[in-house]
Design a protein around this ligand. Structure first.
Ligand SMILES: [Ca+2]
Ligand SMILES: [Ca+2]
Ligand SMILES: [Ca+2]
Length: 397
């Protein structure tokens, strides 16, 4: 191989090496960008990489300037850093703050409203250009009271406020001492007036729904229900006195049902419904209980029918008899009762038609007693007084 051929070889090697070196440099630059872009948004690092490669590439060919337009802007990166910095305002920001905070929301009784309750709060929301919670303060004023101290309690609450007109004011302050406008509410507390309910429960013996003279009051209980979401919900039990009188008051607005409770020997009346609307007033309800049994009842005697004429004569005394068979033919109820010289009392007695019959205890009974008047029929009604039945048997021994 000659000297010339070696020089040619050098030229060829350089011609190969330079493009490779440039290609490798570009490849490295691209790879670096791909790695660094997502993980290092920091503008300073970008500046470093830009100037390093910019200088290098400019030194090589100076033809890659357009790359710089793809780099993020250093100033906007700085701004985004500020946006994610902590909330507390810097002393510099506070010192330069002349913008007052604003009360953006205040719930509670509305201005000019009349409310039917006397405990309530005024939850407050405020905002400021610089200061943030808890470095915003609120003060409040109720009626003619002095302003409160500055506080971070943004939910002032008031209990058992008197009836009548009231005012509530609130104001907020930022760290620079700027004061918001004062927000004031005037409103009226007007508690509901109670509804008075009274009445009487009584035994409506003649079933005319009116308490006539001689018809007694009944001591019972009544159940009070209040409508809640479409359903009657038990509220309380109302008790009458011995004469059946009751009275109570209701202040809670709503629909109510008063239902007399069941008691034995009476058909109970139906419930009544009424509304409590807060305007007061009174209502009176009479509850007629129709008796299903007589408080007079009946009494059965057996007389010693000495002359066996089936009638009780003046010298014929009441005697003991073993069994009387009693049937309420209206209800079908039947039982046996022993009859003494004082008679057999049935008080109270269910309404209905009755049949009674003396029955021998056994086959030997006729040896001692000869039944002369062994049967009777009678009716017990709501208006009957005590029914007296006399059956006759001649006591032989
Ligand atoms: Ca401010
Ligand atoms: Ca009556
Ligand atoms: Ca007789």
């Amino acid at each position: 191989m000659g000297k010339n051929s070696r020089g040619v070889a050098h030229v060829i090697l350089l011609a190969i090496f330079i493009p490779i070196a440039i290609g490798l440099t570009l490849a490295f630059k691209t790879t670096f960008d791909k790695i660094s872009s997502p993980s290092t948004p920091d503008s300073e690092e970008r500046e470093i990489s830009r100037s390093f490669f910019g200088d290098l590439l400019e030194g090589v060919g100076g033809a890659l300037a357009p790359l710089s337009t793809q780099e993020p802007d250093a100033e906007s990166a700085t701004e985004s850093e500020q946006a994610t910095s902590p909330d507390s305002a810097s002393a510099k920001d506070i010192a330069g703050d002349t913008t007052p905070p604003t009360i953006t929301q205040m719930t509670g009784p509305a201005d000019g409203s009349t409310i039917s309750f006397n405990s309530f709060g005024f939850p407050i929301k405020a905002s400021d250009n610089v200061s943030k919670y808890p470095n915003i303060w609120v003060r409040v004023k109720f009626d003619s009271d002095s302003w409160s101290g500055w506080s971070t309690n943004f939910s002032p609450y008031y209990n058992n406020v008197s009836e009548g007109s009231h005012s509530f004011s609130a104001q907020v302050k930022d760290e620079a001492g700027n004061l918001s406008s004062i927000v004031t509410r005037t409103f009226t507390v007007q508690l509901p007036k109670p509804l008075s309910i009274s009445g009487q429960t009584f035994s409506d013996n003649n079933n005319n729904s009116i308490k006539d003279s001689g018809e007694a009051g009944l001591k019972i209980t009544l159940a009070l229900y209040k409508k809640e979401g479409g359903n009657w919900v038990y509220n309380q039990t109302i008790r009458t006195d011995d004469q059946g009188n009751f009275s109570f008051q209701l202040s809670t607005i709503g629909s109510y049902q008063l239902e007399p409770n069941q008691i034995t020997f009476y058909d109970k009346p139906g419930p009544v419904e009424f509304t409590v609307d807060g305007s007061g007033g009174s209502k009176n309800y009479m509850f007629p209980y129709y008796p299903t049994s007589s408080q007079s009842g009946f009494i059965i005697y057996v007389f010693n029918d000495k002359n066996e004429n089936s009638a009780r004569d003046s010298n014929e005394e009441y005697i003991h008899y073993q069994n009387v068979d009693v049937t309420n033919t209206t209800t079908g109820y039947n039982w046996k009762a022993g009859v003494g010289v004082d008679g057999f009392d049935k008080i109270p007695a269910d309404y209905g038609n009755y049949e009674v019959e003396l029955v021998p205890q056994d086959s030997s009974w006729a040896y001692y007693y000869k039944i002369t008047k062994g049967k009777a029929s009678f009716t017990i009604s709501s208006t009957s007084s005590t029914v007296t039945i006399e059956l006759g048997a001649h006591k032989l021994y």
